[in-house]
Design a protein around this ligand. Sequence first.
Ligand SMILES: Cc1ncc(COP(=O)(O)O)c(C=O)c1O
Length: 358
Amino acid sequence: MFDVEGIRAATNQALNEEPGAALQYGATEGYQPLREQLAAFMHSKGALDVAPEQLIVTTGSQQALDLLGKTMISPGDRVIVEGPTFLATIQCFRLYGAQLISAPVDGNGVDTDQLEQLIAEHQPKMVYLIPTFGNPSGALLSLARRKRILELAVKYQTLIVEDDPYGDLYFGDAPPPSMLALSAQVPGSRDLLAHCGSLSKVLSPGLRVGWMIAPPALLANATMCKQFSDAHTSTFAQATAAQYLKAGRMPATLTHVRQVYAERAGAMGNALRRELGDAIEFVQPQGGLFVWARLTGANGKISSGAEFAKRAIEKGVAFVPGVPFYAADPDTSTLRLSFATADVARIEEGVARLAQAL
Ligand SMILES: Cc1ncc(COP(=O)(O)O)c(C=O)c1O
């Protein structure tokens, strides 16, 4: 699915037009033409007031999360995350000594009433959320909850981190605007919001191009930490990404990946319902790359995600059991299935083998 032709053209363009910049050391904040393109990309997604100077380019959004950990977390600080949430964030924030508190998620994303209680009780350093097609939950935070969380940020003066690598991967209607875009409607909230973006899930994870938009003081600290970490994100990758965006290829790429992933998600959902029946329950994802499911244990069937994973591997199929995605109180019956890289025929074969592993 990679747009090899487009990336090749962008690479050539970068080397033809700006070989010095593409091959030389660069600014820690990021290659200016890419910062401009990314600001325009955010603009196209409804975040109308993002200036290039308000974002830094990071080596994948993973580095943005690490920089947030480095700049924000002191040992013992409390950080609220969703239960379940992105495994690497749990590991990264714990490495900096964070005490993680898990906020429950339902079909509309994180439960905002419980989130407010947790914020009031724990006064966290920050709240880390993946509001749009979360990894692993696939959940989509509703518009009302997005606004409420921005209001909570202001009320409790708590930093909210919106990690958004999947927001462009929607299958039907577009999701609600990002919290970054909505922050324009909630006075004071923009000063309490960090937004992480990435080209990994829409263009190429190997490019390692991500970005972070954050209040100036936080951005300055993150830039200083980045300087000692990798000096800057590969200028070659940045110049290539900038040329790719400048060439106007992204809209067609997004249309293509949305269509392919929608088809794969549909095939996986249908196969799961057909082959596994009442042994499993899940919400059909409206975007992203994952089906998040629960084993019901119906009619004496298996109910442990970890045990099911072992049996599935014997049948030649791998998935991730759900437990590691929880910072606390794991639901042992959960699992995460990915439809990202397998075509429809392989998905159907894989799910048929899962049924044999029940
Ligand atoms: C929620 C979330 N955040 C961040 C990342 C990191 O992506 P990258 O560093 O490739 O931008 C991932 C990748 O799986 C993810 O799922």
